[in-house]
Design a protein around this ligand. Structure first.
Ligand code: ADP
Ligand code: GLC
Length: 480
């Protein structure tokens, strides 16, 4: 089976969030199932800047609507996975974030950029790109790839599309003017196709035209069929419920392995947690916190956006700071969250440390050093950070939504079962979050109970094996 996996990001070449982690690890798991998978990615300037390390070769030049587009190929570093790079100047000559400029607003020509990306993929998918590689299935991811199923629907014979929703909150919305510029068939401007309340939605293209839709957890698959989580697309999700599957994300168990993690100063595992404590002492020292193994350390790593529940965290912060605990934040995003967190940390330098920016090493070190991991997201399609923290024995405190509800479980204090691995609250309020943190801090004082929760957490199998099989079954069904 030849599978073309279309994504706007893949770790370690280019990453803004969890999509890049999934795009790196799922294809590797599919290769193990004997699926010949090739990733197709925009040739961003930052990717091409790594060419010396990467060994990029030219595949072909294709002509799309009179425009010449260069296709190149490299391999995902350290793997056998091939990556086709779609090289157009709108990607290759623009430095910075894939989706937005330095001021945080979207690149004004995003509709064009991801239109050309989709057109190039259309050409590969119908085997007109000179690659001599007939594609059986195109697997699309999020709005950036939403036009691909729409374009392929115009062909008599074309491979089937699977479209994965990683986050329905980003709908890829553009004006009618943008739709007109792209010169797409007029029939696509329809509420059952690309049109969404007077705008064009790339996401809706993926949802309307693909043969199967998946999303990244079973709970999120249910949630997006409701108005509360559907972002206006819940009607369409209900309409397509028979084609919609919730498949839980896995993680790269090698990249995120506390016993072999090269970012860590001290390795550890389920049976020997001394290294975890040493990492905690190192991090406390590095960040200027009071150095004391006994003080519970709470961590947060993530995009500083509404989705991640920062309003809840901030609203109960003064209560939390009155407790005997420490807090470590790493993230970047909305200015008001960055400023608020930095201001609080400045007032409590021995209790709270905030690092603004993107830092892979620090992310690993926080996962390893913390006792508890904060993830009170308002919604969370899957979430990878709680999976990383489980593997690193840092018990997650989560709001019971999406993938968080599917992976983190709580039990009454001192009555452990074989499932309990964290702390869960059910309504998105600051006080509920605070109560969950208090339960966690109480549990921390019960060493045997804590140990059992950590054991449950660290022995969770978060590998891709099971989920990759589910994807392969969907591909096979479509090929019948
Ligand atoms: P989302 O995709 O919504 O951002 P996930 O939990 O699925 O959330 O994935 C987030 C990924 O991005 C994780 O790998 C996390 O470690 C990483 N990440 C987020 N912010 C940062 C940061 N500031 N520095 C390093 N890694 C980060
Ligand atoms: C999105 C979601 C996150 C998910 C990730 C990978 O960015 O916000 O919950 O884990 O995609 O699927």
């Amino acid at each position: 089976m030849n599978l073309l996996f279309a994504t706007s990001g893949v770790y370690p070449l280019i990453k803004t969030g969890g999509l890049a982690d999934v795009a790196a690890s799922l294809p590797r798991a599919l290769l193990k199932l004997n699926i010949d998978v090739k990733i197709v990615l925009p040739a961003y300037a930052s990717v091409l800047a790594q060419t010396e390390k990467l060994d990029v070769k030219t595949l072909s030049t294709i002509s799309v609507l009179g425009r010449e587009i260069l296709l190149q190929q490299t391999r995902l570093p350290g793997t056998r996975v091939k990556v086709i790079l779609v090289n157009i100047p709108e990607f290759s000559e623009r430095i910075g974030n894939p989706y937005c400029g330095p001021d945080g607003s979207d690149w004004p020509d995003n509709h064009w950029r991801f239109f050309w990306f989709a057109r190039a993929i259309e050409t590969i998918a119908i085997n007109q790109a000179g690659l001599d590689w007939p594609v059986d299935i195109v697997h699309c991811n999020d709005w950036q790839t939403g036009l691909i199923p729409a374009l392929l629907s115009e062909h008599q014979t074309a491979p089937a599309c699977v479209f994965t929703i990683h986050n329905l909150a980003y709908r890829g919305l553009f004006s009618h003017q943008a739709f007109a510029e792209l010169n797409l068939p007029e029939s696509m401007w329809h509420h059952e196709n690309l049109e969404f309340y007077g705008q064009m939605s790339f996401m809706k293209g993926g949802l309307s035209y693909s043969q199967k839709i998946t999303t990244v957890s079973p709970s999120y698959a249910n949630e997006i069929q409701t108005p509360e989580f559907g972002n206006g697309l819940d009607g369409l999700m209900r309409y397509r419920q028979n084609d919609l599957h919730g498949i839980l994300n896995g993680i790269d168990m090698e990249e995120w392995n506390p016993n072999a993690d090269e970012h860590l100063l001290h390795k550890f595992n389920r049976r020997s947690l001394i290294g975890k404590q040493e990492n905690k002492l190192e991090l406390q020292t590095q960040l200027g916190l009071d150095v004391n193994a006994k003080i519970p350390l709470l961590g947060f790593v993530g995009r500083l956006v509404d989705q991640k529940g920062l309003d809840l965290i901030l609203a109960q912060m003064s209560l939390l700071l009155s407790k005997n605990c420490q807090l470590v934040f790493l993230g970047s995003g909305f200015q008001h969250y960055e400023t608020a967190l930095k201001n609080i940390a400045a007032q409590h330098p021995h209790k709270m440390a905030v690092t603004i920016g993107y830092n892979e090493t620090l992310a690993h070190r926080i996962e390893a050093a913390c006792d508890l991991f904060l993830m009170p997201s308002l919604f969370e399609p899957c979430g990878l950070n709680q999976l990383y923290s489980l593997r690193y024995g840092s018990l997650p405190i989560v709001h019971a939504v999406g993938g968080l509800a599917d992976t983190v479980f709580e039990c009454p204090i001192n009555q452990p079962d074989n499932k309990a691995n964290g702390f869960v609250f059910h309504s998105a309020t600051a006080i509920e979050l605070h109560h969950a943190i208090c339960r966690a801090l109480e549990a921390y004082q019960q060493p045997d109970f804590w140990k059992k929760l950590q054991e449950n957490a660290m022995s969770r199998d978060s590998s891709w094996d099971k989920s990759a099989l589910e994807y392969s079954q969907i591909y096979l069904d479509l090929m019948k």
